[in-house]
Structure formats: C-alpha cells, structure tokens
Write a protein that binds this ligand. Structure first.
Ligand code: ATR
Length: 286
C-alpha cells in the first residue's frame, strides 16, 4: 500500500544505506557531511539488513516515510523485485543502488557507473567521445561503468575478462549501444594499440592483497590514462606501475563520492556539496 502521500516538511529528511556487512560503509559519514554542508535537517543512517529481511526493510521505507536509501552488497539485484519503478539505466545494468521515495512510490536508480564516469571526466578525461577504452572485468561494477561510458560516444570499448564468455555475452547484449567488443585476459595484448584509457573494475589489488595486478605491468601503454575503482589502497600496484610509465592515474574515491552525489541530488533536488563530501570521505580513510 502507498502511505505518506506527501512528505511532512516539518520532519527531518530520513535517509540511509542497507547492506550486509554495513559497519565499514563510508556513506553515513559522507552524507551526514553533505546534509550539514547543505543546511538540511536530516539523518543518514547505516542499516544492517540480512538477505532474508530485505523485503521487509524496503516496506519500512514507505511505512516510516524515508525519502530514500542506498542499497549495497548483497542487495543491489534482489531489491529490484521490491520497488515500483526502475530507471532505464539501472534496468540495463541489472542492479539498483539508490531508491527514491516519492509519496510512497519507490523508484530505483543506479548511480555507480554515472558517478564513476563523472569523476573520470571531472578529474582526468574531460571528453570521452571517440576514445578507445579498455575495461578489465565484466561483473556488476563493470556493467555500471560500461553502460555509463557508452552514453559518452566512445570510439571503442574493449571488455577483457578472466572468464571470456562473460565479456563476450556483455558485448553482444549491448552491441546496439555502441562499439563494444569482449575478449579474455589472454587476448589483451592484441587490443592494446590505440588505447586511451584503461580501467580496472576487478578487486585485484585491493587490500590486503595489494601486490597483485589485474594485468602484467608490461602491458600498460605509456602515457595513457589508467583508472582503478579500488580506493583501499588509494594507490594500487596498477596505479603505481602506471605512474612509472608516465600515465595519468585516477583512483576509486571519486566514483564513491559522485555516486553519492547523484543520489543526494535525486533525494534533495539540490546540487551536492561535492568538496565537503570528498573531504569527509578522505578524512575517514585510514
Ligand atoms: P563487482 O560487483 O565488484 O564487479 P563481481 O560482479 O563479482 O563483483 O565481478 C568481479 C569481476 O572481477 C569479474 O569480472 C571477475 O572475473 P570473472 O568473471 O572471471 O569471475 C573479476 N575478477 C575477480 N577476481 C579476479 C582475479 N583474481 N583475476 C581476474 N579477474 C578477477
């Protein structure tokens, strides 16, 4: 049933994030800083929601009058079954990370890929049109990024994945969205000529296995842009090696900040205070 047809503006803005685990999430710190910087009265809280409890937790958004929530691991796919509408991009990607409650109608979005691309453009590659981009990985994170990337009219997107068939399937599924090609990690070398941007979407190199790299260092072309979604550590071995090869590097902090910024803008209708959010995240790391 639809409750709370109009949000009572005398009440604080209620926001949060649902996941399992949730204790490590930096979202409450970041959004609390955002609310404060914007002068909005409200709260953004972490909710430890176990797999079997997701449906009830989503019903609680309406019953309690939450304006919205973020949804994180392991709920981003299952949550699509419990909401009323799904944005076109989120439907393509097959995952929702942000829910907006409009008078009891719950609409799902995916701001991860959009956030990543906005960060990449703001920080290192202002114009992706015509660029050749190599994406390593074809999982959930890669789908969000590749979908958002294809909206930028890149010249070509190569998706290289350990399990080649996953990359081939994704390339076939999204062939109508742009020039996209799948391959296995063994075939990366043949696709390196002309690459402008290399993006690691896998968890290879993440703490605590920080010595690992998703591709051999010799394969990193000199002077290109190399981006890693990982932000723990801030500088992965991939980015360290890329720097040594004269590349411009970009880490995963911006993606985290901008996915939150888009969510904040959907919930509040106001521009997100990006600098305050970034500062809060950086201060909370290590
Ligand atoms: P996420 O949501 O973080 O993308 P995921 O959907 O489980 O998580 O996807 C993980 C991605 O990292 C996949 O592309 C996976 O490759 P496979 O499809 O072959 O599993 C990739 N990946 C994970 N561990 C890897 C490793 N040790 N070496 C290479 N690729 C790896």
């Amino acid at each position: 049933g639809k409750t709370n047809p109009e949000r009572d503006h005398n009440l604080p803005l209620l926001l949060g994030v649902m996941g399992d685990p949730i204790i490590q999430s930096k979202s409450p710190t970041m959004h609390t800083a955002a609310l404060q910087a914007s002068g909005l009265r409200g709260s953004y809280l972490p909710f430890h929601v176990k797999r079997g409890d997701l449906r009830q937790a989503i019903l609680g958004i309406r019953a309690l009058g939450f304006r919205g929530v973020n949804v994180t691991v392991p709920h981003k796919v299952e949550v699509m079954d419990y909401i009323d509408e799904i944005d076109e991009g989120a439907r393509y990607i097959g995952a929702v990370n942000t829910i907006v409650n409009d008078g009891g109608l719950l609409k799902g979005y995916n701001t991860d890929g959009m956030g990543y691309i906005r960060s990449l453009k703001d920080e290192v590659v202002p114009d992706l049109a015509g660029r050749k981009v190599l994406v390593i990985g074809a999982g959930g994170a890669a789908r969000g990024i590749i979908y958002a990337l294809l909206q930028e009219q890149p010249g070509q997107v190569i998706v290289a994945n350990r399990t080649e068939s996953t990359a081939q399937k994704l390339a076939a599924e999204w062939a109508h969205l742009g020039n996209i090609k799948g391959c296995g990690l063994e075939q990366i070398e043949s696709h390196l000529p002309g690459i402008d941007v290399l993006i690691n979407t896998t968890s290879v190199g993440m703490y605590p296995r920080t010595a690992e790299m998703p591709i051999a260092p010799d394969y990193i072309p000199e002077g290109i842009v190399v981006s890693d979604l990982i932000y723990n550590p801030l500088q992965t071995e991939l980015l360290r090696q890329a720097k040594q090869r004269g590349c411009t590097v970009h880490n995963g902090v911006g993606m985290f900040v901008y996915q939150g910024a888009y969510a904040f803008e959907y919930w509040t209708g106001q521009p997100a205070p990006i600098e305050a959010m970034k500062a809060a995240v950086l201060a909370s790391l290590d």
